[in-house]
Design a protein around this ligand. Structure first.
Ligand code: MG
Length: 172
């Protein structure tokens, strides 16, 4: 088994779409970033990469590369899934905590859970989505995500059973 942890934060800016967990939420501000600013998918990507000691999101998608401007964060996640598979692991479960003042995540949590599960190709029941407001932290203009993942070693495929050959047909 392997455990992974990821963290990310992005600042709110007016007039851009708010993407969290691959879901667009109705809000007057979105998260600024070189990509689509999806703080949750970035933290999941780092948690997955960390679990297989395969670097971090920046080592695959440097923000300095104009290629990733406005990129969908699902692309980053896809690379992390590839690294997890390459290392011979599968996701057991993912847990997350979002910290943001607004909008309230509760009403959207099941939609985010379903989308993250779909992107990770696991069951929604294996994806924890929790949210808190940043009491006393002074980070009301930011969204923060903490994520842990647990990976299990993929079982090797069963070898095909050898066909039994009737003794009379065996080559001598
Ligand atoms: Mg980020």
């Amino acid at each position: 088994m392997r455990i992974g942890y990821g963290w990310d934060s992005h600042e709110f800016k007016p007039g851009i779409p708010l993407m969290i967990g691959g879901v667009e939420l109705a809000h007057d501000k979105g998260l600024a970033g070189h990509s689509d600013g999806d703080v949750l998918l970035h933290a999941i990507t780092d948690a997955l990469l960390g679990a297989v000691a395969a670097g971090d999101i920046r080592s695959y998608f440097p923000p300095s590369d104009p290629k990733w401007k406005g990129a969908k964060s699902a692309i980053f996640l896809e690379e992390a899934l590839k690294q997890v598979a390459r290392a011979g692991y599968a996701i057991a479960n993912v847990d997350s905590t979002l910290i943001l003042a607004e909008p309230k995540i509760g009403p959207h949590a099941s939609r985010i859970q379903a989308r993250v599960a779909e992107l990770l190709r696991i069951k929604p029941g294996a994806v924890g989505i929790k949210a808190k407001t940043p009491e006393g932290m002074g980070t009301d203009n930011a969204a923060i995500a903490h994520v842990t993942v647990l990976l299990e070693k993929k079982l090797p495929r069963k070898k095909k059973a050898k066909r039994k050959i009737h003794p009379a047909k065996r080559r001598k």
